[in-house]
Structure formats: C-alpha cells, structure tokens
Design a binder for this molecule. Structure first.
Ligand code: ARG
Length: 459
C-alpha cells in the first residue's frame, strides 16, 4: 500500500515514525465534520463544472455510505493513513474506486482541517451555551426561593455585611450571562469558511468559495487564503472563553466546598454528588465540586498550550498546528462535563437558612449599619465611622456584640444614638434596606430577579 502523497518518495518511514506523526487517534472525532466538508466541496466542484455530474454523484454516494458507517461505528481507521482526511479518502477509494481521487481537486488538507474545526466548534459552542443556560435556570430557581434568606457577606473572607442568599447566587447568574455572551459573540468568527484556500495560495480552478461556505452554513469566507489556513484564533477564543467560564465555576465550587464544611454548615451537598473516605468512616467529601475546581486548571493549561504553540509560527501551515486539537477536544469535554455536574449538584443542593442567619447575628457585620445610622442623623460619615469603630473596640474588649450594648454605652459615645438603634442593627434591617440599584435589599433583589427572568426569556 502506498501513501496518498507517496509519488516523490523513495523510502518510507518506519511504523514508529508514522505513529508519531499521525493524528488519527484524536482527529477521528472530526469524522462527521470532515465528511460534511467534503460533500459541500464536491457539490460545489460539480456546480462549477470542475467535476462531471456523474462523478459528483458517485463521490457523494460513497461519502453518504461512509457517513452511515460512521454513525454505526463501523469505520476502521489506520495509523498508516495518518489523519482523518486521508483515512476517509482511502476508505472512499475502497468504496467507489479511482474516482475518489477527484474529491481532493482544488483542496488541500490545510483548508480541509481548518474547515473541519470551524464546523466542529460551531456545533460544540451551541451545546455549551445551552448547558450554561440550564445552570443559570437552576441558580435563578434557588435565588427565587431565597430572596429573604440572610447570610454573611464577606470581603477578605472576613464577615463584612449581611446579604441575601439570592443576591449571592445571582452574582453567578450574571457571570454566566457574560460567559454566554462571549461564546455567542465568538460564533461570528467561528462562522468564517476557510474552504477553498487550498494549501496556502488559493487555486487555479474556478471554484466558488461562497457556494461551499453556504452549503456548510457559514456566513462568510476568509478573504485571505494565507490567513484562512494559518488562523487558529477561533480555537484560542474558544479556549479563552472556556477558561473564563471554568474560572467562574471554580470560584463557585470553592464557595460550595467552604459552605459544606463543618466550619460553615451553610449547605448540604447531596450524597449523590459526594464520596466517602476509605479510612475515615464519618467523611462525606464534596468531590464533584473539588473536581470542577481542579479541572479549571487543565482548561487554562490548554489555552496556554495553544497560545505558546502559535506565537512563533510563520505563515502558513506548519505541522505544529496538528497539536491544536487535543486541547480543544479536552476542553469541550471538560467544560460540558463540568456544566452538567454543576447543574446536577444544584438540583440537589440543600441550603440551611437558619445557620446562615445565626452566623449574621454573632458578628460585627452590622457595624456599617451603625455608621449609616449616625450619618443619617447628620454626622459626617467619616466621624460616624470613627465612633462606630470605638464602639466595636469596646465590644471586642468586653466580649459583646453591638446589639448587646446598653443604651447608656451607645449614648456615652454619641448623643445622636437613640433606642431605635437596636432595630437598625438587626441583620434583617441591614439587608432589607439596601435597595440601591443592584444592591442586596429585598426589593432590589426582586427587581434583579426580574431582570434575570428577562434574560431567561431569550433562552
Ligand atoms: N493532520 C493534520 C493536522 O491536523 C492535517 C493537515 C495536514 N497538512 C499538511 N500539510 N501536512 O494539522
């Protein structure tokens, strides 16, 4: 058996050299996209009179047969044929004979592989967007149930001000909304067709690139053949959007892990998303959340890997580019898996509002309330801050919380303080009244939920 490009060679590579150069082990995943690309290309060649109608019919029939076999899992690929493109051409040859050799007229593997990856990512990005939306729906549902659930809000991981649990959950809703927007926007650039760029310089045949692009559902063609075969920006953009998404999921997981710990006890992660310990009988570990947090690392790694690969490459195709695929496939699998797990985990998550609420009662996260109380009574905020700070110091020394201080102590620090201060200091008041736009006040959060519902109507 000779190589499809064997003409100018005298000696053949050893099997182990072939194996090192081959990509079939992973680019077999592009089988359907490759067949689709070939069908569009051959149809266009027929329309342009470059191939005869009966040749086109024969080739399309053959490709159709291969497609059926691909669906049935019956295609057998050989490392010898290096990649998915040449494996399929060899299989087509077996199926329909020498006319198969006409399929590659006016095409190179360079524009072919780029076309495959554009098609592949287009499909996957739509799937990722849907998965993001189902996670957003779960967050929205929990948020709707917990507008008036009060929990500590943190800065520096120190109790800062009490907030509504819904507000916290919706913060992730909006991160995901931006992720979705980024993926959607990237579709504009994924939607460019490289097909017909040839190896690098175009072709002498009178092809119609717009026609093949149209057949594949792309909305424009790359205007420059060199750029078309050299460009991997669309993959980098996908990896970058995926990294940002995974970073968001990872932060959320980090919080879930903390909240599930004995130190917080804010949530219970369902048994079905946890595992035990082989040694410690009491353990229930939030493994799935830890794994998603961990998997963010490999996605970011895939982005760094491809950026590093690309940065020194001269135009146009270089074999280095074959290394663009595994990180992309791995990222698709990781992102889709992580989003599904997160949605599943959210479904079965139990929040403990009583524990969260208690936490806000045993801290100084109402100190801003006191400062605001004084400010509302006319004291400049900076002075109110100072008075409050002194009262907190007094409490710390006396092992008391602000709401436990006798009125006389308050009044010895400021005569502006009256008995109504005790109401102002409750966590409910602290949360409920923060109704500036985007704030954690109950009314503001209800408005926010409405805005989030508007986004969901577009889903
Ligand atoms: N398997 C190759 C890749 O994934 C296909 C393109 C090969 N082109 C070439 N000129 N060797 O990049």
């Amino acid at each position: 058996m000779s190589k499809l490009w064997g003409g100018r060679f005298e000696k053949t590579a050893s099997d182990w050299v072939d194996a090192f150069g081959a990509s079939i082990e992973f680019d077999a995943q592009l089988v359907l996209e490759d067949l689709e690309g070939s069908m569009a290309h051959v149809t266009m060649l027929g329309d342009q009179g470059i191939l005869l109608k009966e040749e086109v019919t024969q080739i399309l029939d053959g490709l159709q047969q291969l497609k059926q076999k691909a669906h049935a899992g019956e295609l057998k690929f050989e490392v010898y044929h290096e990649d998915i493109h040449m494996n399929l051409e060899a299989l087509l040859h077996e199926a329909i004979g020498p006319v198969a050799g006409k399929m590659h007229t006016a095409r190179s593997r360079n524009d072919q592989v780029a076309t495959d990856m554009h098609l592949y990512l287009k499909g996957r990005v739509h799937e990722v967007i849907q998965l993001i939306e189902s996670l957003q729906q779960k967050l929205h549902a929990h948020a709707s149930d917990h507008v008036e659930t009060i929990m500590p809000g943190y800065t520096h991981l120190q109790r800062a001000q009490p907030i509504s649990l819904a507000h916290h959950l919706l913060a992730y809703f909006w991160m995901l909304e931006r992720d979705k927007e980024r993926f959607t926007d990237s579709l504009k650039r994924i939607d460019w067709s490289p097909l017909g760029a040839g190896a690098l310089a175009g072709t002498t045949f009178p092809i119609d690139r717009t026609r093949s692009a149209e057949l594949l559902g792309f909305n424009r063609v790359y205007p420059n053949s060199l750029d078309a075969v050299s460009d991997r920006d669309f993959i980098l953009e996908f990896l970058s959007n995926a990294s940002m998404l995974m970073m968001h999921l990872s932060r959320f997981c980090e919080e879930l892990i903390l909240w599930a710990s004995e130190e917080y006890r804010f949530i219970t992660v369902s048994d079905t998303f946890s595992t035990g310990s082989s040694m410690m009988p009491q353990k229930k570990n939030p493994d799935m959340a830890e794994l998603v947090r961990g998997k963010s690392g490999r996605v970011i790694g895939n982005l760094m890997g491809l950026l590093t690969l690309m940065k020194g490459l001269p135009l146009a195709y270089n074999k280095d580019l074959q290394e663009d695929k595994e990180g992309m496939f791995d990222t698709v699998k990781t992102v889709q898996g992580s989003l599904s797990i997160m949605a599943g985990m959210m479904n079965e998550l139990t929040f403990h509002p009583d524990v969260m609420k208690q936490a806000t009662e045993r801290d100084f996260s109402n100190a801003t309330e006191l400062a605001d109380y004084l400010t509302a009574k006319g004291l400049p905020f900076r002075e109110a801050h100072e008075v409050t700070g002194k009262l907190v110091k007094h409490c710390v020394n006396e092992r008391l919380y602000l709401c436990e201080l006798p009125i006389e102590v308050f009044q010895s620090h400021s005569t502006l303080i009256e008995k109504d201060v005790y109401v102002a200091l409750t966590p409910e008041q602290a949360v409920k009244r923060r109704n500036s736009y985007g704030g954690t006040g109950f009314d503001a959060v209800r408005e926010q939920l409405k805005e989030a519902s508007e986004c969901m109507k577009m889903m």
